[in-house]
Design a protein around this ligand. Sequence first.
Ligand code: N01
Length: 538
Amino acid sequence: MANTPPDFDAVVVGAGFSGMYMLKTLRDKLGLKARVFEAGSNVGGTWYWNRYPGARCDSDSYIYCFTFDRQLLQEWEWSERYPEQPEILRYLEHVAARHDLKRDIQFGTKVTGASFDDTTQLWTVKTDKGDAVTARYVVAAVGTLSATNVPKFEGLESFRGKSYHTSQWPHEGVDFTGKRVGVIGTGATAVQAIPEIAQQAKQLTVFQRTANYCVPARNGKVDPEKVKARKADYDAIVQRIRSSFFGQEHYFIPKSALEATPEEREHEFDRMWDAGGFAFWLGNYQDMFFSAESNRLCADYIERKIRKSVKDPQVAEKLIPKGYAYGTKRQPLDTNYYETFNRDNVRLVDAEADGPIERITPTGVRAGGTDYAFDILVLATGFDAMTGPLKALNIAGRGGAKLEDAWKDGPRTYLGVAVAGFPNLFTITGPQSPSVLTNMPVSIEQHVDWISDCIAHLEANGKRTIEATTEAQDKWVAHVNEIVNMTLMPGANSWYMSANIPGKPKAFLPYLDPEGAGGYRKRCDEVAAKGYEGFALR
Ligand code: N01
């Protein structure tokens, strides 16, 4: 039994950025036999599913791409600073064709279970299409924001109009012309979608539970000279983003906001605001995430901007966040978001000021005792982030232990890439790794490279399994929590803190390395250099 050859060396779950590059390395670098299972009918992952109006990347396009293919970095031309979803999908399809990836991807196939056999030391992966294949390694490339969160609103199924979740958007699009539309949610997705929907709809009502601090995206064409200079500098850019804090070219101002004079501070805030994008969030004063006082100065600046943009002072007041520190929820980037609330056809229903959503009715939404009628309801209500997509795989490790049970009090991983009791299972940008706090392709490539080096090491040394030790994992979990507790992050009801899903155990889901993603990369490399310290290799 122990020598039964597996169907595949590795099974990869998901064909987004991470699954595609994982397949590329396993097959073309290591020469292994790999199979990818993908629920969608094409590559793209998050960019395959999230087709809502206004969907675009919030990281600059010149760094939101693969860097493993240096030639493609030279050849590919992005049309804008932040490309729209269809353009990113085209890019990923191009990569798939260029590297002939599709022949090893089984589309339209959802993984329904993966279990480890202690005797054969193989995984069996089952799918909704009836597959049951064995493999030595399983790599979860399922993404961090792919398990849709549809809140259990009473009466949701009774709604007689059309309703859509932003992450399950119809491929043919939705025509809002002449329609009364309700949008629930004001996260990064809604902030992109609301200005677009408002331009088409007869009337748009936005249901806000928590106001967000939005900063301008400042999208547009990039100066061709700048594009040329970046292409000439790509090797250095790649080095910089890999060693940077957030996988971006943003660097903290190396002092406290409290040390700066009011004039200097205002000048810096203006500079970051004018630069647009994540500059204000990720390139601010270095104590912004630690000092409530410094943070307050940033928040005050944004509040002034909101008051300036929104004509009705009562609406502006509702749009001003309260009760949590700036930047502790994911930064939404806006293009005319605040200005959209100046339109005659747009109204804001705030849970605090106007009353929370009570139920969905056949004709619309009841909130704060008022009935709002809609033809179309858009749920921009986010995801069961990071742990949700992994739990959905029904993973059983050694002795049949379920991942779901191992994580009943929150995720427990080693380095965010492995879990004790689950040998030869790797999680790309998994919980307790920097992942969502960074520019995702940078963290994805880092994990994929680390995992493929690890597998190469096992193969070269005749080892059948690698498994995180409980001791190393316990230390890692404690470290992740210790660091985040030094910051202002735990004070927000964010999805980072698992607070968006009722009943989800409160835990910080990513990992904030004191030296950022670059520091985390060094840690992972050191673990490997020490013969995979904290892992048992057998
Ligand atoms: O989801 P969210 P999202 N009743 O969870 C509200 C990434 N992204 O899809 O804040 C009423 O942030 C909820 O309210 P509250 C990015 O990482 C990337 O917008 O929990 N309201 C919130 O307003 C982002 O962070 C890009 O109080 C309810 C909203 O719904 C992540 O995706 C672009 C509710 C959900 O906001 C998720 O963003 C866009 C309820 N029961 C997004 N439940 C890129 O650039 C939830 N809400 C690549």
